[in-house]
Design a protein around this ligand. Structure first.
Ligand code: ATP
Ligand code: MG
Length: 267
């Protein structure tokens, strides 16, 4: 059933209103395709977090249709929600680490939930902590970490189990530019392994670093589509490019200091 270009997410005339206020999101229609890299931009208050909350199924829309992984996400029976969520990696704007768990155990959580054997957890988690520069903080609880350190733990946790879709809300908002690039490389590595990536950010420098990325822009709750890729048929992405998801390209884009640690493959 999964054609190469089958959509992973489809929004059709989605609206979201909190309480009795005005709509935070209005007439949102777009399609996300597997294996693409999307940036979601827009001013503070434009609705980025609201849109991502719909994407990671933390919020139901007030109106409209949402399909995800080929299924109507709005009428999804409650018992199927955990299965859907396991296919998503989420970096929350406010991190949401588990406070009583160490950095190591926070990052290990998705692997443990997926039933990965303990002996297969230590290596990938340590490699991931090393990549995000926290090897020496593996035993630390979130309360003893800086904002940027917590953010890096949150990112490591979101990518460790190689989800089908990564949704990241301002994931580099608390780190310096050098670390932001390193984290971006991690997202790109995950993307090359086939994960659809959606990153909300204000940072135009970050966006420029991913040349094939597609851009969704929110303005006061309305979506525009500057790269022309959100509606069918998707825009071609470069010379010889077609609408198929980008295949791993061993000849380019390798991080200078080795590939990001995503060798772990869920059984
Ligand atoms: N839980 C809520 N209850 C009521 N209004 C909300 C709630 N969350 C967000 N809003 C409103 O919805 C609008 C969009 O907010 P949202 O958090 O999605 O913006 P954002 O683009 O993520 O902003 P930022 O860049 O500052 O994170 C804002 O007007 C905000 O005040
Ligand atoms: Mg936000």
């Amino acid at each position: 059933m999964s054609e190469p270009d089958a959509e992973i997410v489809q929004f059709d005339n989605v609206g979201l209103r909190y309480g009795t206020g005005k709509e935070a999101l209005t007439d949102i229609s777009f399609t996300l395709y597997p294996g693409r890299f999307y940036f979601l931009t827009g001013a503070s208050g434009a609705g980025k977090t609201s849109l991502l909350r719909l994407l990671y199924l933390a919020q139901r829309p007030s109106r409209g249709l949402i399909r995800m992984f080929g299924t109507d996400a709005i009428t999804l029976p409650r018992e199927r929600l955990p299965g859907f969520r396991r296919r998503l990696g989420v970096v929350f704007q406010d991190f949401r680490l588990v406070p009583h768990l160490s950095a190591f155990d926070n990052v290990a959580l998705p692997l443990r939930v997926a039933g990965v054997a303990e002996r297969e957890i230590t290596k990938p988690v340590d490699e991931m902590l090393d990549w995000v520069g926290l090897a020496d903080r593996r035993g630390a609880r979130p309360a003893t970490l800086s904002g940027g350190e917590q953010q890096r733990v949150a990112i490591a946790r979101a990518v460790i189990a190689r989800p089908d879709m990564l949704v990241a809300d301002e994931p580099t908002g608390n780190v310096d530019p050098e670390m932001a690039l390193r984290l971006l490389r991690l997202f790109e590595s995950l993307n090359r392994l086939g994960t659809t990536v959606v990153v909300a950010t204000h940072d135009v420098h970050l966006i420029r670093k991913v040349p094939d990325s597609l851009i969704m822009r929110l303005d006061k709750g309305r979506l525009s589509d500057p790269t022309g890729a959100l509606r069918y048929p998707p825009r071609s992405t470069g010379p010889g490019g077609d609408s198929a998801p980008a295949a791993p390209d061993p000849g380019s884009g390798n991080p200078g200091s080795g590939a990001a640690p995503l060798g772990f493959a869920p059984a």
